[in-house]
Design a protein around this ligand. Sequence first.
Ligand code: NIG
Ligand code: FE
Length: 383
Amino acid sequence: MNALAVTGIGELVTNTGPPLHHAALVLTDGAIAWVGADHAAPAADERLDVAGRAVIPGFVDSHAHLVFAGDRSAEFTARMAGKPYTAGGIRSTVAATRNATDEELRANLARLVDEALAQGTTTIECKSGYGLTVADEARSLRLAGEFTGETTFLGAHVVPDGVTEESYVDLVCGEMMAVCAPLARWIDVFCEDGAFGADAARAILLAGQEKGLQPRLHANQLRPGPGVQLAVEVGAASADHCTHLTAADIEALSTSDTVATLLPGVEFATRQPFPEARRLLDAGVTVALATDCNPGSCYTTSMPFCIALAVREMGLTPEEALTAATAGGARALRRDDIGVLKPGARADLAVLNAPSFVHLAYRPGVPLVAAVIRGGVVCKELR
Ligand code: NIG
Ligand code: FE
């Protein structure tokens, strides 16, 4: 493959040290081959001069639910008028998803993945969870797998209508797991009142681990509960949401390698309090930021929006927020090849129409991503 030099970088965030200024990158075979000063850039077959713009690692969105059909904007309107979010809304998306054709679900997925890519997301995780039958969960994972290798079996999203919790947990751990595990990398459970309790969640996570899936968990979203400590107990890569944390939860996370994945778009769209990110960071917990894109609790694909919220509402510095949205997401997916720009890493990066990454939070709502390169391929041309 040809070598592509990206030159004229005004500010380069590598996540290996402080940002570099007047920098350049060389990409070959889909990977970063060289990082250094602009004036010292080696010759390459092609050159992309970004004329002083900032360059960052592509965003790693480690939590999204993109296989769905239907619209729940009326729920959002009701929440903005004061109605609380409940897990039960999931069932209306389940009905719409089961009724959709493969083509309709694929088109919706493609639209959302493209939308995310155009905003700088070069890796996206995608969960099942709106099928809740063996066939519909398997279909969701097959479709998700057409777009990402980071697929997550979330058959335990909510107990579907017409079955008891006990019989559904048996199904998820048994036949559904057997069919879905080969189609997924991760096992996830919505551990919450109104969804699954700690004992059911533990049984499902362990059944997934037995089939070779790695655990991650929706934890402590709506109220304090056992989720975060269960995530740590089973060695989950990530405890996601963490909206309601006790001191013991933070202590458990800080002595583990479980990442706290914060989803501030959910707090925005459900009027919940924002998680105490500062306490997590000060305790030494690795924090990731992700969108949670889904039709119920947060319908955004925008990592820049999540960064802006994290800075404005959770007390992260712009640098901490960008780190969480890139390297943090990579940790939450246990990946060393993404979220960082260093020789050998995947050539996944975004060019910003801004002199500094700080503009991601400083200019909220503005489409700042000027170009995107994923695996060395220019997916969005500089403009
Ligand atoms: O992460 N919390 C569980 N699942 C999603 C919401 C799903 C829905 O409301 O449709 C979440 O917020
Ligand atoms: Fe979620």
